[in-house]
Design a protein. Sequence first.
Length: 227
Amino acid sequence: MAISFLVTLSIFAFTCSIAYAYDPSPLQDFCVAVTDPQHAVFMNGRVCKDPKLATADDFFASGLNGIGTAVFPGLSVSVNVADVNRIPGLNTLGLTVVLAEVGPGGLIPPHTHPRSCEFIMVTQGSAYVGFVAVDPRNGLKNRLFAKTLKAGDVFVIPQGLIHFMHNVGVGNATFFTAYNSQNPGLITIANEMFGTDPAISGDVLSKAFRIDKESVKHIQAKFASVS
């Protein structure tokens, strides 16, 4: 009986560890990130400040409504990020928020966040937003889930799936995105394939994307020229 119970408990623990796909739940109210190793409680990739030394400023930031930093060269995208680097009190809370602004015709290219789902709320303009998933009706095919969003609309991207945002309006498109991770990760598909150093073999890319090797070299050169 005892052996059977232990086997059952082991199976339960193993399956729980597989299903656990999000930032770990903290065992304290907060864990303000610091760079000073003297306050050495290491939690979720950061060292925590002694909680007795925490202040309101550790949980505060301003200027999220301001112009952000340009990303994705040539695609008219800027982002203003509120993460653990900007708000130390976010450490272990499993949250990142971004204000993104995309110019007319601009594109946030296909990418994934391996450690987080994404909540998108458009506040200005309109954007064509979508993600790709394996078609549940046929595991050998993919299915696109996409909507054209306007101000006040929201859309959710499941964790780890390839997605994009394209401004299809006449002016700027602005939207807030929230992630259920303090470090969602970012994998930009085209850059990851054609902008590596050293480059992925032309044989691999030509067969994978069903294009000739000259086209592979042409695309790689474009990504190599982006600083």
